[in-house]
Design a protein around this ligand. Sequence first.
Ligand SMILES: [Zn+2]
Length: 136
Amino acid sequence: MKIFPPQVWRNKETMYRLIATKCTSCGNVMFPARNVCNKCGSTKVTKVKLSGKGTLVSYTVNYQSIPGMEKVQPSYIGLIKLDEGIEIVAPLTDVDENLRDGARVEATIRRIRADSTNGLIEYGVKFRLVENEPNR
Ligand SMILES: [Zn+2]
């Protein structure tokens, strides 16, 4: 078994909804969510939902695969600057070689991998190009 349901369950909030934490002392936004501000050390943080929209800073194409992900080949991995100012690394979906740095992207829920031994499917956040929105 490669997918562990309890682990997916524990992380469901941040895996599917892009929840970050915001420091109420200095305004720093952190993703993945943290309980302590990594800028000022304050423990006064609140959860905020990210818009899921951002700009592709750069990307890479991966021609290797790990077990369970053979169907997603090649896979595109993007460095994305979210509109909230945070940079994250995340998989891209529905893209090809015509991808351009600076393109607008948005988060979507997609199948990540399947476990062939017990039929479980893991879902997660991937980013796709935003149609009809000019590049920044
Ligand atoms: Zn802070």
